[in-house]
Design a protein around this ligand. Structure first.
Ligand code: GAP
Length: 472
């Protein structure tokens, strides 16, 4: 039987493990579902993505500043935000095999199959709408479990809150319940006046934050695409009501352009505008930036017009006036918020999948990550052609001189072709090789990962050349 061809995701997962980008969490104990640890190259790549985002969102704007709020927040925050009552997924259980399903996934699956497991066509609402009213239209008690095939074994959908609950202090009682934040945004809203006053900001202005968020997802999966612990890169932009629609478009375009700057293929990116039915409870309008993964088009980042919903709710629940006052005009209003919300781990998966390539060089198959040099975990691999005649020592000295410029590594083991392949596989854009000619004229070869061009350059020029290439 022909071997099933691995998908790009399988290949990326395998490369990530083999080369130290991502490991399964607690692997020696059999792993923990949907949790991942980032190894030496993974953390470099993730940090580079985060640094670029941070620079682009704060340093390049005179009216956006940063914040790092605590993961644990007052439980009332999550009542005000709507997460305690609204951040729920309806779940259906099979009484026979004990499998648990997201009700919406079952409905979508039945609709895709066109034929219904025990239900008549008319029992399935026409569109995937995802609200409780739609799910109530289905005769769950008559359906067939897609896992064990038993008829009349499914329960009615029950609401399941996606927030991780924990207890603050030594006593596990209702009064000490708190939550791991399911989004970083709320830390910004409750601090908006602190930040505005101390940084002396005037509307319009933004607050950026990168940090962990936690959701007890029912169906995590696709490697680091959907996990229960993940990192968000969010920026909340405070504007005058009435200016919100123009700012939403501006931020949508700016964020889309930023993925192109990362080198992501344009034809793999698109913008999806939310229909009325898809909008979150807080949003007046929203766009998703989507990427075409091997498992379909999926959201990578959301740009939302959250109106004055959040600040008004926090005003109501905290009793603190969170409105904004304009001295000159004596105007008072609650700012509208335009949010850009991206997943850091998801961005990493996009750049890995998009950069993954295979070709044949000198008759040998090659795996190459065509990562943009700015995000590549290491920028230069430094090799000695042979492990004698003082060549490794020269290579080590070159590495030492380049370290202040960028992340480099040395590799003196195996054939030079194999060493180039190892550097290509982790996406290193340039290779420097010290050979016998180096002993005569202090020159080395500089190899380009993508064009495979090799040029001879002087050792003393290397820091300047690499610095210039990285600035391109
Ligand atoms: N503050 C708004 C907010 O959190 P969201 O659309 O729920 O909006 C924003 O999430 C981004 O966070 C998503 O586009 C995605 O990149 C990332 N994200 C959300 N849930 C995730 C999960 N379970 N695993 C990994 N990334 C996730």
């Amino acid at each position: 039987m022909a071997k099933k061809k691995d998908s790009v995701i399988d290949k990326v997962v395998s490369l990530c493990k083999r080369r130290g980008f991502v490991f399964q969490s607690s692997e020696i104990y059999g792993g923990l579902g949907s949790c991942w640890d980032y190894g030496p190259y993974g953390i470099e790549l993730k940090n580079n993505l985060q640094d670029l985002w941070w620079r682009e969102m704060t340093q390049l704007h005179d009216n956006i500043v940063g914040l790092d709020a605590a993961i644990l927040m007052h439980p009332r925050v999550w009542e005000a935000s709507g997460h305690v009552s609204g951040f729920v997924d309806p779940l259906v259980d099979c009484k026979q095999c004990k499998a648990r399903f997201k009700a919406q996934d079952l409905v979508d699956g039945w609709r895709d199959k066109k034929k219904l497991d025990g239900l008549a066509d008319g029992d399935i609402p026409p569109e995937s709408e995802g609200d409780l009213e739609t799910l109530k239209l289905i005769r769950w008690g008559e359906a067939v479990c897609p896992n064990c095939g038993t008829r009349e074994s499914l329960t009615e959908p029950r609401l399941f809150n996606l927030m991780f609950k924990t207890f603050m202090g030594p006593v596990e009682e209702a009064a000490s319940v708190t939550y791991l934040r399911p989004e970083t945004a709320q830390g910004i809203y409750v601090n908006y006046q602190n930040v505005m006053n101390t940084a002396r900001l005037k509307i319009p202005f933004g607050i950026a934050q990168v940090g962990k968020a936690f959701r007890n997802e029912i169906t995590p999966g696709n490697f680091i695409f959907r996990t229960r612990e993940f990192e968000q890169m969010e920026m909340q932009f405070f504007v005058k009501p009435g200016d919100d629609e123009a700012w939403l478009e501006k931020w949508r375009d700016e964020r889309f352009a930023s993925y192109l700057k990362l080198g992501i293929k344009k034809e793999k990116l698109r913008i999806h505008e939310h229909s009325e039915k898809e909008l979150a409870h807080y949003a007046k309008a929203a766009y998703d930036i989507e990427y075409e993964f091997p498992f379909g088009w999926q959201e990578l980042e959301g740009i939302h017009n959250r109106t004055d919903f959040d600040l008004k709710r926090h005003t109501e629940f905290s009793g603190k006036d969170l409105s904004y006052f304009v001295e000159q005009t004596r105007e008072k209003f609650t700012p509208y918020i335009i949010e850009t919300s991206a997943g850091l781990n998801r961005t990493m998966l996009v750049v890995l999948v998009d950069a993954y390539d295979e070709d044949v060089q000198d008759g040998e198959p090659r795996t190459v990550l065509r990562l943009h040099p700015k995000i590549a975990p290491t920028k230069v691999g430094i090799f000695s052609l042979v492990k004698k005649s003082g060549l490794p020592e020269i290579a080590d000295k070159i590495a030492q001189d380049l370290r202040p410029v960028c992340a480099v590594f040395t590799d003196h083991q195996g054939s030079i072709g194999r060493r180039y392949r190892r550097m290509d596989e982790i996406g290193t854009p340039w290779g420097v090789t010290v050979d016998h000619q180096t002993l005569e004229d202090q020159s080395v070869t500089l190899r380009d990962r993508d064009t495979l061009a090799q040029e001879r350059v002087n050792i003393s020029d290397l820091p300047k050349i690499i610095r210039e290439k990285l600035a391109e």
